[in-house]
Design a binder for this molecule. Structure first.
Ligand code: ARG
Ligand code: ZN
Length: 532
């Protein structure tokens, strides 16, 4: 067995998370790699348990009736507290209250943008098919940075106001709950990957040869007016216009390319048919080659690799199928309509489970069968079940993504003989005994991707497995993915399903392991080995 060592370079970059999380608890620790300029976002006080919310129809934080005419000027003479029930700001995400937009349920996005890296400006429009879930005289979208030039509803110009981080839109006629309208927002943006609400930078980044987006959790709103919250999934079309020598790639399947009228550029159209929230968007531009194949079962594999890297990346492309096969035996059928890798020329320490085609840095994929390589590749693939097919309903439920992908990564690494689950869980339990302030089930807003969301949370699953036994545990993971596919769920939903599958009350177990800081000192069953 190889106890991994943490490469120094990976601990230095600010957007390093999976690899760091894998190394956290060592001297490089969970604090390594955090953005020092981070944490501008509000840190809310957190309750002990997550709340259950509907997956497709997020309600506002309070239970007041749907707002009619939101006012932004509080009445100081009113003694009963804030006079306005809803200023249209967010849907009540305790970690990031401004995210999401009450009454707005986006069904489909068309992102139509021009981007020339040498100019550095995005110019375009986004068309949203919105089903309204409340009567509204005004509604908002999340927009923090884009400069909006016009908004239309069903083809007619309407008034709007940039009130960052919201874009406030006032339709000519009040909107009724249940109505669907087409909203088109024209905008420009000069993005710089500046948002770091979670402690890590997110948004649109440039690289030596192109660009990529890494939106999780709130980077989308920095370059695209949108309903930037994981509780709202939609289908997507991308039309990305780039200069002739550039390839543009987004999620889903390539519909086609069309030359621009002046002959100097090309529009690349991609379509994602699987419901997807904003944070899982893939959008890379650069000198990419599209590499297509399929698994023996017929699942399309579509990867994108820089032309110069084709040879270096081939072993990693060849390794995808074995990982999918392994996870399918444990987690059930691959839940989406395709998979692949997108390997950018970004700095190392970057990996993201962008839907249907995970994002990596070329610098992290060097040694075929290397520990970090296998860790990152399996981790992001596992997210397609845990995070992508089933997404978190609130950012405070992030362990449903990261702890699950980490446990899956351990299962894979054990399968190929690079570590054991026993070693990893013992190591992580020891680290969590130090207690660092935020428990797995209640992450701090500026530490969403901290140790306790990754390895520190994967041991919650291990404790559960030891309590309910392998048969129920793996049935639970399969049912979690299969029954909730296409939706966004809470921690309470997972606890409920665990209790159903196991046929026993598990609140005490989850309370102790998810919210205890530190958690219990030993795992169930193995905590008290027979003396002698
Ligand atoms: N979900 C990603 C990974 O595990 C982490 C993304 C961190 N966000 C960021 N803006 N760097 O697997
Ligand atoms: Zn992850």
């Amino acid at each position: 067995m190889v106890r991994r060592s943490c490469p120094g370079a990976l601990t230095l970059v600010v957007a390093s998370f999976v690899a760091l999380a894998g190394c956290a608890g060592t001297d490089s620790g969970v604090t390594a790699g955090r953005s020092t300029s981070a944490g501008s976002g509000p840190v809310m006080s957190l309750p002990g348990t997550a709340t259950t919310v509907p997956d497709t129809d997020p309600a506002p934080a309070d239970s007041s009736p749907p707002s009619t005419e939101p006012s932004t000027t509080p009445d100081p003479t009113d003694p009963s507290g804030p006079p306005v029930a809803d200023t249209g700001d967010g849907i009540g995400d305790e970690l990031y209250p401004a995210l999401g937009n009450p009454g707005v349920d986006v069904q489909d996005y068309l992102v139509d943008i021009d981007y020339d890296r040498s100019v550095g400006v995005i110019d375009g429009s986004v068309t949203l098919q919105i089903e309204f879930t409340q009567d509204r005289e005004q509604f908002t979208l999340d927009s923090l940075g884009p400069s909006v030039t016009s908004v239309t509803i069903d083809g007619d110009e309407v008034s709007f106001a940039a009130d960052e981080p919201e874009l406030r839109i006032t339709p000519a006629e009040p909107i009724e709950a249940g109505d669907t309208h087409e909203v088109v927002v024209d905008f420009t943006a000069a993005p710089d990957g500046a948002s770091s609400l979670s402690g890590l930078p997110s948004g649109w980044f440039t690289t030596p040869g192109g660009s990529y987006v890494l939106n999780e959790p709130d980077g989308a709103r920095t370059w695209l007016p949108s309903n930037d919250h994981p509780s709202d999934k939609a289908t997507w079309t991308f039309r990305i216009t780039v200069p002739n020598d550039v390839t543009a790639v987004a999620n889903g399947r390539l519909v086609g390319t069309t030359p621009t009228d002046d002959g100097e550029g090309e529009t690349w159209e991609w379509r994602e048919d699987e419901p997807m929230p904003t944070y899982l968007m893939l959008l890379v531009t650069g000198d990419y080659e599209i590499v297509e194949s399929s698994t023996a079962d017929g699942l399309p594999l579509v990867s994108v690799v820089l032309r110069d890297d084709l040879e270096q990346m081939q072993p990693f492309l060849d390794g995808i199928e074995a990982q999918i096969d392994f996870f399918e035996t444990i987690f059930g059928p691959y839940p989406l309509d395709r998979y692949g890798l997108a390997v950018t020329d970004s700095f190392g320490g970057l990996a993201m489970e962008t839907q249907g085609r995970s994002l990596f840095s070329r610098d992290d994929l060097r040694a075929p069968n290397g520990f970090i390589e296998e860790l990152l590749l399996s981790h992001e693939l596992a997210h397609q079940w845990f995070g992508n097919a089933v997404s978190p309903a609130r950012w405070g439920d992030i362990w449903l993504n990261e702890s699950f992908a980490t446990y899956a990564q351990w299962l894979w690494l054990e399968h190929i003989g690079l570590t054991t689950v026993a070693d990893e869980t013992a190591f992580a339990l020891e680290n969590r005994q130090r207690g660092d302030g935020d428990a797995t089930g209640a992450p701090a807003a500026d530490d969403l991707f901290g140790y306790n969301s990754y390895d520190g949370g994967a041991i919650v699953l291990h404790a559960l497995r030891l309590t309910i036994g392998d048969e129920d545990f793996f049935e639970l993971l399969q049912r979690w993915a299969a029954e909730n596919e296409g939706t966004s769920r809470t921690t309470d939903d997972f606890v409920d399903l665990a209790e159903t599958v196991a046929g026993e009350q598990l609140d005490e177990l989850f309370d102790a392991w998810l919210f205890g800081d530190p958690p219990p000192a030993g795992f169930p069953l193995v905590s008290a080995p027979a003396p002698g």
